[in-house]
Design a binder for this molecule. Structure first.
Ligand SMILES: [Zn+2]
Length: 234
């Protein structure tokens, strides 16, 4: 083994150690992101097969090559509201035994409510008894959006693959998610402020179709500049 090979092996070991310690890597959609990172590091630095590298990564993590786009779309940096495990409950204010509280019945109407200061949003819900309150809150949201310029919310989800691999991820995400735009704070989750950093969210599939009408399989990395493994990352 020459020096170059040795350094590549050591690099993969570093990536593996980081990936095992990185609790942001979890199962997203169809794929366990920790396995994906490790498989990609292995294929791109050690195995370096003749075939398309990504196809080999897909094979190792047991997904179809076309599904690579879903992995990339799930990793596209974006804002995602924290999701509660509870089914959405009606949030209309009610008096309960003389105290102010919320209704709490199962919500049937739901819509986005935006925080105009930072553009983050959550889903508000109201039950059938509180349709009037729902209408009022919905109208207030519409009015606020019409009258103010709402900032783009900072990304808090995705952006993990660029923490491990240097590549033209912006092009990749833009191809995986129609209409995707790079977030203000950059595409690497490592660069986001701690408060905004990826909180585990349930795998909510983006409503946009990944890779529709584009290449079936992501191109060989050489097409977009070489993909290299980020050394020790920080
Ligand atoms: Zn209610």
């Amino acid at each position: 083994m020459n020096g170059d090979e040795l350094s590549r092996v050591l690099n993969v070991h570093k990536v593996m150690a980081r990936a095992y310690a990185d609790d942001r890597l979890h199962r997203v959609g169809i794929c366990d992101m920790r396995s994906f990172v490790i498989a990609a590091a292995w294929v791109f630095t050690i195995e370096r097969p003749r075939e398309n590298y990504w196809v080999r990564v897909a094979e190792l993590v047991r997904i179809r090559p076309e599904s690579l786009w879903l992995v990339f779309s799930d990793d596209a940096p974006r804002f995602q509201p924290p999701q509660s495990a509870q089914p959405r409950e009606c949030e209309a204010a009610v008096l309960k035994r003389g105290k102010e509280g919320v209704c709490g019945r199962r919500g049937t109407h739901s819509f986005r409510v935006t925080d105009p200061s930072d553009g983050t949003w959550r889903t508000a819900a109201y039950c059938t008894r509180h349709e009037a309150e729902a209408k009022t809150a919905f109208a207030a949201e519409q009015q606020m959006r019409r009258s103010r310029i709402i900032p783009e919310p900072d990304a808090n989800t995705g952006g993990l693959l660029p923490c491990y691999f240097r590549w033209d991820w912006e092009s990749c995400y833009a191809q995986a998610v129609r209409g995707w735009k790079p977030p203000r704070l950059g595409i690497r989750a490592d660069d986001w402020p701690v408060m905004a950093r990826a909180v585990p969210v349930r795998p909510a599939r983006l409503t946009l179709v990944a890779g529709a009408g584009e290449d079936v399989v992501p191109g060989r990395p050489e097409g977009a500049g070489p993909l290299t493994v980020v050394g020790d990352g920080r």
